[in-house]
Write a protein that binds this ligand. Structure first.
Ligand code: ZN
Length: 326
């Protein structure tokens, strides 16, 4: 997968921050231990002197010499003494080492594999997450939570159709919570329908929030924004081809499209939406689509065939009540 320069830059910065902070905290622990157990400091400097001498011997080609054997012996003794001292003071040898987020690559992002340098899985994950974040309209910090969802704002009296909004919304709330709890990359898609201001965005962002915490990649976009971005990438004369929003929209574990049907309708917008949805349906990856349009309005914007294909692939949640923001 190709990533934009910006995505790679941000992911590299995050990786470097992880590494630097692991080293920084190891240095702090080391300083404290030197103060508490001064002998540790002496041992460490003798160990590094031994290391330098051994390297010199190896460079000179006398790897098997008596001197090297004596130095190695001394080094082992010192390490044993150091370990004992650390344990006696309620610490451990690990305290002197950096605690990297990824032990495989020590937060460098790269590994040696069969004589080649390859990307570590942790760096691949960071690149995907960063690409999703870059494409998403909101940063994860601003996401809504289930805890902040207020059911008591919905009326407990029947509406004109005899339906009680609070009961309906309580079912929808439980459905969404359960969806987030039991989410898998092949989960079902959801179509959230209903007027503006009834909590569709709030609940879809609450799902996103939970999934991001579990390590899934989530992209949250509004339909007009994503069409605008795809148009820019597609039609821009100086487009370098390095941005690949479409790929990120397909690759993420969950795609949330808000305000479906409010994008400016052009042949490009219709075919882009069709491509995104159809590709995700084909590879069995879930989406959450939010719309305040009726089925017939959606059919008018896209096509009957497209709408029935999308509708047939998802659970439908009909939000009712009065605009919570009013
Ligand atoms: Zn790694």
């Amino acid at each position: 997968m190709s990533y934009s320069k910006e995505t790679v830059k941000i992911a590299k910065e995050k990786l470097s921050d992880r590494r630097m902070s692991a080293i920084h905290y190891a240095d702090l622990r080391r300083e404290q231990l030197y103060k508490k157990i001064p002998r540790i400091s002496e041992i460490e400097s003798e160990l590094s002197e031994i290391g330098a001498k051994v390297s010199l011997c190896i460079l000179k080609g006398d790897r098997g010499s008596e001197e090297v054997a004596a130095l190695s012996q001394r080094s082992l003794k010192l390490q044993e003494e150091e370990n004992n001292l650390l344990y006696q003071h309620g610490s451990s040898p690990e305290a002197l080492l950096p605690h990297f987020t990824c032990e495989k690559c020590c937060d460098t992002g790269y590994l040696e594999f069969e004589g080649k340098t390859v990307l570590c899985d942790c760096y691949k994950k960071l690149l995907t997450d960063t690409a999703c974040e870059q494409l998403s309209a909101v940063s994860p910090l601003k996401l809504s939570t289930f805890e902040a969802f207020k059911l008591d704002k919905y009326s407990s009296y029947p509406d004109a159709q005899g339906k009680i909004p609070r009961d309906r919304m309580s079912k929808i709330f439980n459905y969404c919570r359960n969806y987030a709890d039991s989410f898998s990359p092949n989960a079902k898609s959801i179509l959230m329908r209903g007027a503006t201001g009834l909590g569709k965005t709030h609940l879809s962002l609450a799902i996103a929030n939970d999934l991001l915490k579990k390590g899934f990649s989530v992209v949250y976009v509004s339909a007009p924004d994503i069409i605008h971005k795809l148009e820019k990438e597609h039609f821009s004369g100086d487009y370098t081809g390095e941005e690949d929003s479409f790929k990120t929209l397909i690759d993420c574990d969950l795609l949330i499209v808000d305000d479906l049907g409010t994008e400016f309708k052009t042949p490009f917008s219709v075919s882009s939406m069709y491509n995104i949805f159809n590709t995700r349906i084909l590879v069995d990856k879930p989406m959450i689509m939010n719309t305040n349009l009726s089925v017939s309005d959606l059919e008018e914007t896209y096509s009957q065939r497209f709408v029935s294909r999308v509708m047939g692939s998802c659970d439908k949640l009909d939000f009712i009540g009065t605009d919570l923001r009013a």
